[in-house]
Design a protein around this ligand. Structure first.
Ligand SMILES: Cc1ncc(COP(=O)(O)O)c(C=O)c1O
Length: 374
């Protein structure tokens, strides 16, 4: 991993950017960026790199049934076989079912995701690892969490991997680290590096339908990727962009994300958008404000017309669909994420809440009754 890239990444993850008044940066990051870490062109490429070190080709890797399809893609890129474990409405694994699946399928590894910044149970991860299955912690949504609520790290996981673009202002990039031993060198870069360029270009456009279409086009480049992507010049470029930002630009980021989240929580209370989580645990830096809405596609289209990009989650990999639990099926048909990260102001939050509330009644619904999920 290049020294310049490492330094820029460390500075953002554990350094100036997050060293705010509300606490130090996540203390495991310097380790994550030390000897043996790999930088890759995307999160899925980093996961594939790590899995190649943890699992023999053809072995089973367990994934959450409800997760983004990039995870399935990463397992396939590593030459392994994905299988899926169940979760609850907060996407917490059913740990007993996961341990039993790991035994019966002789799984080589299990991937544990911290959805949208909310942390999984570190003790349960530790017990799983002690049972003999390698635990890969997907920290894509938690890179900006505070150290008091740090991810499991080497105490409980065998390795970690993360997409950089979920939490950092970069167009693309992934980070992987095995906690014992080094990762094998990655394959040479393949093909034109169109994803980061297309995404960076899309991000330059003002929010609204055309930027949204450009972002979707850029994402489809990643989704079509079938060869294991290696560290790309784009990653160095993206990290260079971080290095060039004045440190002050990021100060207060975590606090702004949390304040915005709380403002939306209050402003949307009692409306048709029900928050996925009622409270924001200490230390969590949310990647967005996740809501359930009975007509989320129409809401997303309505917001987009007003220049607000809300993400729909997730197109579940077809092979995982039969494995979804009932709460996961409900989530899969009803959640979307409203933006609330540190780029946005309190006025933006007011505008987003007003736009949600002004969705005209009627139209086609998602077909999901507003059932109680508890
Ligand atoms: C939890 C999680 N892991 C991994 C990925 C893959 O990251 P990337 O899109 O950078 O490949 C994503 C998003 O796509 C994600 O949400």
């Amino acid at each position: 991993m290049s020294g310049g890239g490492t330094a820029a990444c460390a500075r953002w993850l554990g350094g100036d950017w997050l060293a705010e008044r509300d606490g130090p940066g996540p203390d495991w990051h310097p380790g994550a960026l030390g000897q043996g870490a790999v930088l890759a062109s995307s999160g899925r490429a980093a996961i594939a790199d790590v899995l190649r070190a943890l699992a023999m080709p053809g072995s089973v890797v367990l994934l959450p049934a409800y997760a983004c399809p990039a995870l399935t893609q990463a397992v396939l890129l590593a030459g392994c076989q994905p299988d899926y474990y169940p979760g609850d409405i907060f996407l917490r694994p059913d740990w007993a079912a996961l341990a039993s699946l790991a035994r019966t399928k002789r799984a080589a590894a299990a991937v544990v995701v911290h959805p949208w910044g909310w942390l999984q149970d570190g003790d349960a991860m530790r017990r799983l690892r002690a049972s003999g299955v390698a635990v890969l912690e997907d920290a894509s949504h938690t890179l900006t969490n505070a150290s008091g609520q740090r991810v499991a790290g080497p105490d409980a996981a065998t390795a970690m991997a993360a997409s950089l673009r979920k939490t950092l202002p970069v167009a693309a990039g992934g980070l992987g680290r095995a906690w014992q031993g080094a990762l094998p060198p990655t394959a040479p870069a393949q093909g034109p590096d169109s994803f980061a360029a297309a995404r960076r270009e899309a991000l330059r456009q003002p929010a609204g339908p055309s930027r949204h279409r450009a972002l979707q086009r850029a994402e489809s480049v990643l989704d079509r990727q079938s060869a294991p992507p290696a560290p790309h010049p784009s990653v160095a470029l993206a990290l260079q962009e971080l290095a060039e930002r004045p440190p002050a630009a990021g100060v207060g980021w975590r606090r702004a994300c949390r304040t915005n989240w709380s403002a939306l929580r209050e402003a949307l209370a009692g409306g048709a958008c029900s928050p996925w989580a009622d409270t924001l645990p200490e230390g969590v830096c949310p990647t967005g404000f996740v809501v359930r809405h009975p007509d989320r596609s129409r809401l997303a289209a309505w917001l987009l017309r007003q220049g607000i990009e809300a993400t729909l989650h997730w197109p579940v990999a077809p092979v995982a669909r039969p494995k979804l639990t009932r709460p996961e099926r409900l989530l899969a048909g009803s959640v979307l994420t409203l933006p609330c990260d540190g780029r946005f102001t309190p006025e933006d939050m007011d505008a987003i809440a007003a736009a949600c509330r002004s969705l005209p009644a009627g139209g086609r619904t998602n077909g999901h009754p507003r059932e109680s999920l508890q």
